[in-house]
Structures are given as structure tokens and as C-alpha cells.
Design a protein around this ligand. Structure first.
Ligand code: DQA
Length: 146
């Protein structure tokens, strides 16, 4: 069975109550449940992880290949804009990665429009709320199952 790892970065544990006008009212648990149901429909196993710590996120990226994952969906939170360490971890692991953001980075503060992660990802989805995770899962499973 194909396995995909979903990684969420800092402050995303607060979804649902964190600036709902920007990030929506779904909690991370709501998003996880929805995505797990969709993954089950595709016959895919999901591992869902959130951390506020850069090193823990890097460890999960490193470990993904050895643990048998075929792809990664990542919302790095604010690390998106400055973590060269997460970027290097993604390019080192050699798995297809899709970057997801709930909000439209290009309609917000200037610093958010730059992602240091995007150049090493297959693609980036932003501004579609929680549907962005579903879109990333759809694309990854399509590529991995063909
Ligand atoms: C975010 C956008 C980031 O700029 C921000 O720091 C986040 C969430 C998003 O999902 O829209 O924490 O990644």
C-alpha cells in the first residue's frame, strides 16, 4: 500500500481558533480526519504529523524514505519563508513533496510571498483553505499510482 506523510509546522496546531478569518474554522484534527477518509478512498495510508519544532520536522522528512513513504505533503507554516534547513532536508530525501498553505500567500504581507521551500517541491498550492491538502493528496496519489 502506498504511504504518504503529511507534515504541518508551527502554530498549525491552533487551527480552528487561530485567526479564523484567514485560516478558516476547521481544526487540524478536522483536516486530518477528512484527509484520512479521502486517503482510504484512494487506498492510501496516511501519516499525519504536526510540530512547532524545526528539528522534529526535519527528522520526519529524513525518516520518510526509510519508513516506506512515497511522498510528502507539507505545510511548513512560517518556516516556509526562512528555513533553509527544511529546504535542504527536502532536497536530500529525494521524495516528491507538495507544499500546501491554507491562506493565499500572495495576498498577504510581503514576507509571505517568498517561499524558500517551493523550489525543491513538485508544486505549491496556496489560498484554497483545507481543500489545498485534498488537492495535494489527489495529485500525489495520481502520480504515485500510475
Ligand atoms: C501558512 C502561511 C504562513 O505564512 C504562516 O506563517 C502559517 C500558515 C498557511 O497555511 O497559510 O503559519 O503556512
Amino acid at each position: 500500500m502506498i504511504k504518504i506523510r503529511v507534515i504541518n509546522g508551527p502554530n498549525l496546531n491552533l487551527l480552528g481558533t487561530r485567526e479564523p478569518e484567514i485560516y478558516g474554522t476547521l481544526s487540524l484534527q478536522d483536516i486530518q480526519k477528512r484527509l484520512e477518509e479521502e486517503a482510504a478512498g484512494y487506498g492510501i495510508e496516511l501519516d499525519f504529523f504536526q510540530s512547532n519544532h524545526e528539528g522534529d520536522i526535519i527528522d520526519k522528512i529524513h525518516d520518510a524514505r526509510a519508513a516506506g513513504f512515497s511522498g510528502i505533503i507539507i505545510n511548513p507554516g512560517a518556516f516556509t519563508h526562512y528555513s533553509y534547513a527544511i529546504r535542504d532536508a527536502i532536497s536530500s530525501v529525494g521524495l516528491p513533496v507538495i507544499e500546501v498553505h491554507l491562506s493565499n500567500l500572495h495576498a498577504r504581507e510581503e514576507f509571505r510571498s517568498r517561499s524558500v521551500i517551493a523550489p525543491v517541491c513538485k508544486g505549491q498550492i496556496c489560498g484554497l483553505g483545507a481543500d489545498g491538502y485534498s488537492a495535494a493528496l489527489y495529485v500525489l496519489q495520481r502520480r504515485l499510482q500510475s
